[in-house]
Design a protein around this ligand. Structure first.
Ligand SMILES: *Cc1c(COP(=O)(O)O)cnc(C)c1O
Length: 413
C-alpha cells in the first residue's frame, strides 16, 4: 500500500476529552434544560433515568437496565447482585480498567486473574477454565477496546460449572458476538458513560440483565437497598447510593440515539486504517475475534520489537513528535502488578479480604501469565474517534509508517 507522505505541520486530531471529538450538542442541552426546569434532579422522582433505562434495555435487547453513577459502580452492582461470600473468588482479567477490579475487593471477594490472548488482550476461555476452583462465584470478562471476547466458548466453560458471567462492556458499546450484543451473553452486562467512552455523560454507568432476581438486587444496590414502593419498605441489606442524577440521565437520553452513528464511523475509520497500515514494517493491525463485530473504542496495533527496536514505547515517542498521543502498553503493567494487589493495600493494615485467599488465588508469578506479558510488550493503543476524516487517517497512518520505517532501519531514516 502506498501511503501519502504528509508534509503538512502536525494535525490536531479530534479528542474525546473535549468538543472536538464528542457528539454532545443541542439535543443534550434541550433535555438537560428540561430536567432543570422540572426542578426534579433525583432519579427516584424524575423521568429521565427511567427513560434512559427503558431505551437502553431495548437497544441491547435486555429485559432490564439500570443506570448508575459510573462504570465502576456498574461493576460493583453486578458483583453485589451475585452476592459472594467473603473470600469467594471472582475470575477476571489481567488487562482491564481498575474500575473493573476494586469493586471485587470492596465486596470482600478475591480477584483471580486469568491470562489473555497475546494477539487481542482478551481473556481466554482456556485460562478462565484453568482458574476455576470450588470457591469461584463469578467470572468477569472485559471486551477490550471494543473487541468481543469469545463468548461462545466462555459461556460454555461457565455453564459447565454453573458460574454466572459478568460482561464488562464499558469499551464495547454496540459490539456483537455471533450476532448477539455483548453485555447480554452473560448474567449481567456493565457499561460506562465516562468522558472517553463511545457515548458519555461525563460520568455514568449502566447495568443490563435478563434475570429478574439479579435485576431486583441491582436496583436495590443502587438505592441503598431501600424497597421503594414495597408495602413495608426497609433497608434490606448493605448497599450504597449509586444513583445517577437526572442531569446525567438527561444527557444520556440525548446521547443514546447517536450511538449507532458513532459506532459506524469508528468501524469505518478502523477499516480504512487497516488498509493504510498494510505494509508498515513491524506493525500489525487489530485482530478481530471471529464471528464478532469490534466497535473500536480504541484502535490498538501490535508492534514487533524484533523489527522495531524498543517496541511500542519507541514508536510512541516518535509519534509524539507528530502530536499523536498513543498509549504504549495500555495500562503499562498487568493489573496484578499495581500496588493495591502487590502490597494488598485494602482496609487499614488488615489486608482483608486477601487474608481469606488461597495461595493459588493470589499467585501472580509471571509463568502463569505468558499471554499478558507478551501482549503488553507489543500493544500500542491509538486514540480513536468518530470524527476522524480521511485527512486525519492519512496523517495517522503516514506518521506511523514514517516512524516505523525510521526505527526499523535503526533510526537512520
Ligand atoms: C472505563 C472502564 C471502567 C470504569 O468505568 P468508570 O465509568 O470510569 O468508572 C471499567 N471497566 C472498563 C473496561 C473500562 O474501560
Amino acid at each position: 500500500m502506498n501511503i501519502p507522505i504528509s508534509t503538512t505541520p502536525p494535525l490536531q486530531l479530534p479528542s474525546d476529552q473535549d468538543a472536538t471529538g464528542r457528539t454532545l450538542g443541542d439535543e443534550e442541552i434541550a433535555f438537560i434544560a428540561e430536567a432543570i426546569r422540572s426542578g426534579t434532579l433525583t432519579a427516584t422522582k424524575g423521568n429521565f433515568t427511567k427513560r434512559l433505562e427503558t431505551s437502553f434495555a431495548a437497544s441491547v435487547g435486555a429485559k432490564h437496565a439500570y443506570a448508575c453513577s459510573s462504570g465502576s459502580a456498574a461493576v460493583h452492582c453486578a458483583i453485589a447482585a451475585v452476592d459472594p461470600e467473603p473470600g469467594d473468588e471472582v475470575i477476571t482479567t489481567s488487562i482491564t480498567d481498575m474500575g473493573a477490579l476494586t469493586p471485587i475487593l470492596f465486596h470482600g471477594a478475591i480477584p483471580v486473574f486469568a491470562d489473555v490472548d497475546p494477539r487481542t488482550g482478551n481473556v481466554t476461555p482456556e485460562s478462565v477454565a484453568a482458574r476455576i476452583s470450588p470457591r469461584t462465584k463469578a467470572i468477569i470478562v472485559t471486551h477490550l477496546f471494543g473487541n468481543p471476547c469469545d463468548m461462545t466458548s466462555i459461556m460454555a466453560v461457565a455453564n459447565k460449572h454453573g458460574i454466572p458471567v459478568i460482561e464488562d462492556t464499558a469499551q464495547a458499546f454496540g459490539a456483537t458476538h455471533a450476532g448477539k450484543p455483548v453485555g447480554t451473553w452473560g448474567s449481567l452486562g456493565c457499561f460506562s458513560l465516562q468522558q472517553g467512552k463511545h457515548v458519555t455523560t461525563g460520568e455514568g454507568g449502566l447495568v443490563v440483565t435478563n434475570n429478574s432476581d439479579l435485576a431486583r438486587r441491582t436496583y436495590l444496590f443502587i438505592n441503598k437497598a431501600w424497597g421503594y414502593g414495597d408495602p413495608q419498605p426497609d433497608h434490606y441489606f448493605i448497599a450504597l447510593n449509586y444513583r445517577p442524577s437526572e442531569l446525567q440521565s438527561a444527557c444520556a437520553v440525548g446521547q443514546l440515539p447517536k450511538l449507532p452513528g458513532v459506532v459506524a464511523a469508528r468501524v469505518a475509520a478502523a477499516e480504512r486504517m487497516d488498509q493504510l497500515l498494510a505494509g508498515t514494517p513491524g506493525v500489525s493491525v487489530p485482530q478481530r475475534t471471529p464471528n464478532s463485530s469490534h466497535t473500536f473504542w480504541k484502535y490498538s496495533v501490535l508492534v514487533d520489537p524484533t523489527v522495531i527496536p524498543g517496541g511500542p514505547p519507541a514508536l510512541a515517542k516518535e509519534l509524539k513528535l507528530a502530536n499523536i498521543l498513543s498509549a504504549p502498553r495500555y495500562i503499562q503493567k498487568p493489573a496484578f502488578r499495581c500496588q493495591v494487589f502487590r502490597d494488598q493495600r485494602t482496609f487499614g493494615n488488615s489486608r482483608w479480604p486477601f487474608t481469606l485467599a488461597t495461595p493459588e488465588a493470589v499467585d501472580y508469578s509471571a509463568e502463569r501469565f505468558p499471554g499478558t506479558f507478551e501482549y503488553l510488550d507489543r500493544v500500542l493503543v491509538l486514540p480513536w474517534n468518530e470524527r476522524y476524516t480521511a485527512d486525519h487517517l492519512n496523517y495517522l497512518a503516514s506518521s506511523i509508517y514514517q516512524a516505523a520505517t525510521k526505527l526499523a532501519k535503526g533510526g537512520a531514516a
